[in-house]
Design a protein around this ligand. Structure first.
Ligand code: PMV
Length: 326
């Protein structure tokens, strides 16, 4: 029969990474241009009585340095069987076609898991509700990375930026395509070209905070204030205010040792090129940065500035607020 299909996309954290692990709110936006598509093609199970799910990666020869097929994805298949109450045996070829660079804080692992679960649900005729999909993706993320704020599991399926707080999220009344709107921010996401380990970064902060509880409290309090203020900026269409929150959040993360020299240089270049704000995004110790520009022309100048400072790739993400929400 026809293969089951599942799709998901990448994400970038706007504000609040790391602080979110300690209860602060965070803002995250989907990146619709970074997509993963998974096809799951069932076949007749062989006679030995076992399930057979084989994973393959589309168009990646040689195999990538970071394996895309993780323990998390295998675990996801087991959990899918339980949650979807698949009665018979499960045999399928699962083909992952991912356009999201790995290990850059862009949500590649969660997006692959989400697309895989949707493809399996489609192939085996067991549609799942949003909560079940989230639970499965989150379980797979926890096995793969041993961390679990849940922000990636949600954002890789969201159609608008999310305010994430205490394990749940609400969609902000903002479009991902820009206009028609009086709030027309353009985000530039840039890859430093170096992989970062979110796990290591989370552990680094845990050690630091264990040594000095006050540093943790100050960080979490200030980031919470920044996110709250940024929400007001969004409501009022204050792009420059929003940009300033980004830059302050970067400085806090940098002072805790989460940034890298190349990323600091990209942040400074974004500001020098007229960006309204810039910061590292995601787990850090490498990975990506994000900048805010006031309009598409400025976004182009900012992207060029960041590239000149060493970015290997940039993406432009227009974000606008529905005029009807004004
Ligand atoms: O997946 P990343 O690299 O974008 O990092 C997620 C954000 C953290 O706050 C660092 C970790 C978490 O689980 O929330």
């Amino acid at each position: 029969g026809r293969p089951g299909v599942g799709r998901a996309h990448g994400k970038a954290i706007l504000l609040g990474e790391h602080a979110v692990v300690y209860g602060a709110p965070a803002l995250v936006m989907p990146m619709p241009q970074l997509t993963v598509t998974v096809h799951a093609t069932r076949f007749a199970c062989p006679g030995d009585g076992a399930d057979k799910i084989s994973f393959a990666i589309a168009g990646q020869h040689p195999a990538p340095v970071t394996p895309l097929v993780t323990d998390g994805l295998r675990y996801l298949v087991e959990k899918f069987r339980e949650r979807a109450a698949v009665a018979g045996r499960m045999c399928a070829d699962v083909l992952i076609d991912s356009g999201i660079p790995q290990g850059r804080g862009l949500g590649s692992s969660a997006a692959c898991a989400r697309a895989a679960v949707l493809a399996l649900a489609d192939a085996f005729g067991r549609p799942l509700d949003a909560a079940a999909v989230y639970d499965l993706v989150q379980a797979s993320e926890t096995v793969a990375h041993g961390r679990a704020s849940g922000i990636d599991a949600l954002a890789t399926g969201a159609t608008a930026p999310l305010l994430f707080r205490g394990g749940s999220a609400r969609e902000l009344p903002i479009t991902m395509s820009g206009g028609p709107s009086r709030f027309d921010g353009v985000f530039i996401v840039a890859d430093s070209g170096a992989g970062g380990s979110t796990k290591e970064a989370v552990e680094l902060l845990r050690d630091r905070f264990e040594q000095d509880e006050k540093i943790k409290e100050a960080f979490v309090r200030r980031v919470s204030e920044l996110t709250t203020a940024a929400l007001r900026d969004l409501d009022d269409g204050r792009l420059t205010g929003f940009g300033a929150r980004l830059t302050e959040n970067h400085r806090l993360l940098r002072d805790l040792g989460i940034s890298t020299e190349p990323i600091d240089a990209m942040v400074e270049a974004a500001l020098a090129a007229g960006g309204l704000g810039a910061k590292i995004t995601g787990g850090g110790l490498g990975g990506c940065m994000i900048a805010l520009a006031g309009d598409p022309g400025q976004a182009e100048a900012v992207a060029h500035g960041i590239e000149a400072a060493g970015a290997v790739r940039t993406w432009v993400v227009p974000v606008g607020r529905f005029a009807s929400h004004d």
